[in-house]
Write a protein that binds this ligand. Structure first.
Ligand SMILES: [Zn+2]
Ligand SMILES: [Zn+2]
Length: 94
């Protein structure tokens, strides 16, 4: 079976609904057997981003850091970006 024959996906990508933060996402089609062996297909791919750098920059802007599968680069989790401790200016007495 080739990707174009598979009724569940487009080119091996299966739409996986709308993620709260990532928007439309897809996963590798399990029917075609393209699921990643490292994350067993748990990684999701945001459909709106072609570029990983843009994607990460966009998440950083809203205070999140994506956790990627090392093999397929699918997103496994989103973690809050650690913020730098705030510097509170204060008066020096001397
Ligand atoms: Zn498929
Ligand atoms: Zn993976």
């Amino acid at each position: 079976m080739t990707f174009s024959d598979c009724p569940y996906c487009v080119d091996g990508n299966m739409p996986a609904g709308i993620h709260d933060i990532l928007g439309p996402v897809f996963v590798p089609c399990v029917v075609c057997g393209r699921a990643c062996p490292t994350c067993t297909g748990d990684g999701i791919f945001p459909a709106d981003f072609d570029c990983l750098d843009c994607f990460r920059a966009c998440l950083t802007a809203i205070g999140l850091t994506p956790v990627h599968c090392t093999a397929c680069l699918g997103v496994l989790d989103l973690l809050p970006t650690p913020r730098r401790p705030e510097v509170t200016p204060h008066e020096h007495l001397n």
